[in-house]
Design a protein around this ligand. Structure first.
Ligand SMILES: Cc1cc2nc3c(=O)[nH]c(=O)nc-3n(C[C@H](O)[C@H](O)[C@H](O)COP(=O)(O)O)c2cc1C
Length: 219
């Protein structure tokens, strides 16, 4: 049982997305899974090049991207994985560009152009999608974020079988708010983090347990 997680933030270690992913992987390990966290920003790759090699009728393999870059061995690992977890900060109302490029390369080879309902991914595996963001829940809703998250969730479910969403709001952006421009006072952010982030991380842990147990999301 192998769970692969992908960090779509340029920030690693203690930062928001990485922390949520680490908690989820801890949950997965507690349920007996082997885990690996892949930092996408460390890899040299681009999004889909629209070569359509993965859609050719005379292709040698199905579900394989022909681009040769740092993502090639990672996509080979995906073929063997038992669960996938994608984590990304929200940049301009959506995934980071690097996560977006990864999502194209991860999914397009498995998109069956003749029958969207029949994914070329050979098995059904549970997946998870974590977003961390600066805005609070109310602002996220008024800015239409849920539709963006749901669309991405839906594509992952379509390709791999199921996908569960998890969000963390009003995240800490700086170590020292006094040193940076900010749209919220540092004390507010710190108080919100103290009240909520532990709970967000607990939800991530539980998501990891479900992924490792092979439990598909309801949605
Ligand atoms: C370029 C950039 C764009 C961002 N755009 C948004 C945004 O549209 N909405 C939002 O809520 N937060 C936005 N943020 C804040 C991040 O989503 C938030 O701080 C996130 O939790 C950072 O995750 P990390 O700590 O894992 O890097 C943006 C941050 C950056 C650097």
């Amino acid at each position: 049982m192998k769970i692969l997680a992908f960090n779509g933030s340029p920030r690693r270690g203690k930062w928001n997305t990485a922390t949520m992913l680490e908690n989820a992987l801890e949950g997965a390990r507690s349920a007996g899974a082997e885990t690996e966290l892949i930092n996408l920003y460390k890899l040299d790759f681009k999004g889909c090049s629209s070569c359509f090699a993965c859609k050719r009728k005379d292709r040698k393999e199905t579900g394989v991207c022909v681009l040769r870059d740092d993502l090639q061995p990672v996509l080979e690992q995906v073929r063997e994985a038992d669960g996938l977890l994608l984590g990304t900060p929200v940049y301009y109302g959506a995934e980071t560009s690097t996560m977006r490029a990864f999502m194209e390369r991860l999914q397009f080879p498995y998109l069956n152009y003749e029958n969207y309902a029949e994914s070329h991914f050979p098995r059904k595996i549970p997946t998870g999608l974590i977003y961390t963001m600066n805005v609070n829940k109310e602002l996220a809703e008024s800015m239409g974020y849920p539709a963006v998250f749901e669309r991405a969730r839906n594509y992952l479910a379509m390709h791999f079988g199921s996908c569960e969403l998890l969000e963390a709001n009003y995240t800490t952006q700086y170590d020292d708010y006094a040193k940076y421009e900010a749209n919220a006072p540092g004390e507010d952010k710190a108080a919100y983090r103290a009240a909520h982030f532990e709970d967000d991380c607990r939800k991530a842990y539980e998501l990891g347990v479900r992924l490792a147990s092979g439990i598909p999301a309801d949605k």
